[in-house]
Design a protein around this ligand. Structure first.
Ligand code: FAD
Length: 272
């Protein structure tokens, strides 16, 4: 299989990059083809501006979605963006490796998303009408591919637990998992998160590397997070709200957009 790994850390010898390298080595050892994009190493331009649309007239007001759509259709996006889109189309799986900075991804990686996810490529895809709201949330250009995060975080696991002060890690990563990855079609795997990363010693690193290698070996077997598909019948159009007859009306917030485990699984886990 083919895997694209995109990493975002300014220090080549960082813990985050060391874990990225562990993942890459394990994937290559299993015979996969791997491409690595180190955003700091290549000096990725992270801000969206007029330079992204070289054919846009200097007299035209910049409206980013329109300019993005026109440039995508015309093939006039910048070379770096086109190359990154080609990498995404090439890969069967995408891995994003980054330190958690201010409860999200570093700006350079957000800027990679902002620029590479052009209108017509990652959004504005499919039929938009009274009865259909495009191909997104489980459908779209990147459907059929898998995506996964490798994240290092300074906080403790309890800080990110169900009652932890930072908020649950699944909630904090929801905008990336659901909004950035599921939106253009990816099946999103549970993340690999190393907490208390700043306190990592050799023993912790070795145990973490072993666990990460295991996740790489099961990259194409691990069940994805069962996000509800936009066009699967759970959402009303055009309100895009969960339909009360399909999903219990008292379910709300991020968790409501994840299918509950099947009854048989709940019985196995003793939760029913
Ligand atoms: P590094 O600094 O590279 O290394 C961390 C430790 O691991 C060091 O002790 C180092 O010796 C050791 N190490 C590195 N490589 C190896 C190796 N190969 N083998 C063994 N040990 C190794 N944390 C949060 O929880 N939430 C936040 O919102 C948050 N926001 C932040 C915002 C900013 C701007 C910054 C700078 C930090 C923030 N942090 C936050 C903390 C951040 O998540 C951690 O500092 C980061 O994840 C640590 O990863 P790193 O790759 O930078 O580690």
């Amino acid at each position: 299989m083919k895997i694209l790994v995109v990493s975002a850390h300014p220090e080549p010898a960082s813990l985050t990059n060391a874990l990225r390298d562990v993942a890459v080595a394990e994937l290559q050892a299993a015979g996969h083809a791997v491409r690595v994009t180190d955003l700091y190493a290549i000096g990725w331009k992270s801000e969206v501006n007029r330079r992204d649309f070289p054919t846009l007239s200097a007299f035209t007001r910049l409206r980013v979605p329109a300019a993005s759509s026109e440039a995508f259709v015309a093939g006039s996006l910048t070379k770096d963006v086109i190359a990154a889109q080609d990498d995404l189309l090439w890969a069967d799986a995408l891995i994003l490796a980054f330190p958690l900075w201010w409860f999200s991804m570093p700006a350079i990686l957000k800027g990679w998303i902002d620029r590479v996810y052009a209108f017509g490529f990652a959004y504005g895809v499919g039929e938009h009408s009274e009865t259909r709201w495009g191909d997104r949330y489980g459908e779209g250009t990147l459907a059929g591919k898998r995506a996964m995060l490798i994240v290092t975080a300074g906080g403790w696991p309890t800080h990110y637990g169900p009652r932890g002060i930072n908020g649950p890690i699944d909630d904090l990563l929801f905008p990336i998992h659901h909004g950035v990855l599921f939106y253009p079609g990816y099946d999103v795997l549970p993340p690999f998160v190393l907490f208390r990363a700043d306190r990592t010693d050799e023993a912790t690193f070795d145990a973490t590397a072993t666990a990460l290698k295991g996740r790489m070996r099961t990259l194409f077997e691990t069940p994805p997070i069962p996000f509800r598909r936009q066009n699967g019948g759970d959402y009303a159009i055009p309100s895009m709200e969960l339909r009360p007859e399909r999903v219990r009306p008292d379910l709300a917030g991020f968790a409501a957009h994840v299918e509950p485990p099947a009854l048989k699984d709940r019985q196995v886990e003793g939760l029913s």
